[in-house]
Design a protein around this ligand. Sequence first.
Ligand code: CAA
Length: 412
Amino acid sequence: MNENVIYSDKAKELQAIAKEIAESHVRPGAAKHDKAQEYNYDAARACAEAGLFGTWIPEEYGGNGAGVLALAMVVEELAKADSGFGVAFAVNALGSFPILLGGTEDQKKLWLPQVANGEKFVAFCLSEKFAGSDAGGLAVRAFDEGDHYRVCGEKKWTTNGGVADIYTVFAVTDPESRSRRLSSIVVEKGMEGFSIGKVEDKMGIRTVPVVETVFDNVMVPKANLIGGKEGMGFKNAMQTLDYARPGVAAQAVGAAQGALDYAMAYSGRRRQFGKPINSFQMVQKMLADMAIKTEAARALVHSVAATVDAGRASEASKKAAMAKCFATDVAMEVATDAVQIFGGYGFMEDYPVAKFFRDAKILQIYEGTNQIQRMVVARALIKEAADLEHLAAYIPFEEQSTFTEQAAITGS
Ligand code: CAA
């Protein structure tokens, strides 16, 4: 991959800004914010002032127009310092993509500039207690009440809930329909009946709140129906995930690189048997494998992000799932190895790698479990296999004999 071709000057500039903010505003307080489970407003303000929230938003809506690849580069830098802050940032992309991809011109002009300049934070409300992987099986309802929808029910695991001002909510508008059951609707902080329920006490990514969001007969103006058309919610959510998964994959690359960097800094100083432990071949193998996997994940994420930016939607879905799955598995493996390299110290919370290990686990679960990603990839492969029919001529399939078929049925 030729770096100069795929990385625009704007993307490189935003990446450099993110790196600077990560070192000045994110890393120093990462352990403190993690322990207290508090949002890092200081770092978020720094990102807003530097224009980073406009990374994925086109210029005509007040953003930088730098795209999903630039988003991945920015998220990686932030996540390297604190994976929790990486998602606290990236979830604004996840929450605003439904508007960007499916909104009317008026809706884009209204909300996207507020996101781009960091004035408003966003959350994405898809999952519910009984609908996680089965995103089509939602229960939250939006009843048609003339010029409003009355939204009722509860969402689960809303990342950024409480901090966010804009919530893109997926709700059932036509329970009888299979493919047009859902609509996407913007609910805004302060609307009567909308509140934050349980705030989760989490294993990792403790810098960002994950909450239940409660919709108690919230009257939402019809102008907030994304795209102005009912029944588009499921497709809108799926397209959004295609665009957002490279971001979560980049968070994973950041987490892996961050853990590897600490492992490098530690293993060069930690001495056993009279030598730094990075001089032992078994440690070297671990470090080399960690670096190889991280670099491979980064290359895949960047290539997928470039595909998304090129608007190649038919390829984007499969590749985004590949990148999310691969990079997040890598993050878990690399963070686990980083703990191993730190030995007993790695298990202690005063050392930074325990947090990387805890933060990594959710990456394999949210924005679609890695089992779902593999299913998306396999479904796409099976569809594409229609183009490989000509290869059947080269496979000497054995004819199944009537006798064998009979034996399979009767067992004799
Ligand atoms: N783009 C556009 N349309 C798509 C699509 C895509 N990527 N994927 C599916 N569709 C369309 C299909 O073409 C189909 O359309 P028709 O009805 O017109 O034929 C329709 O949507 C239904 O598709 P499927 O039959 O494939 O749907 P399914 O019920 O089998 O579900 C799934 C597919 C991939 C499993 C989906 O439910 C899924 O992605 N689940 C995981 C949900 C998820 O990722 N949740 C994460 C929540 S966000 C989060 O975690 C973030 C956070 O906190 C930070």
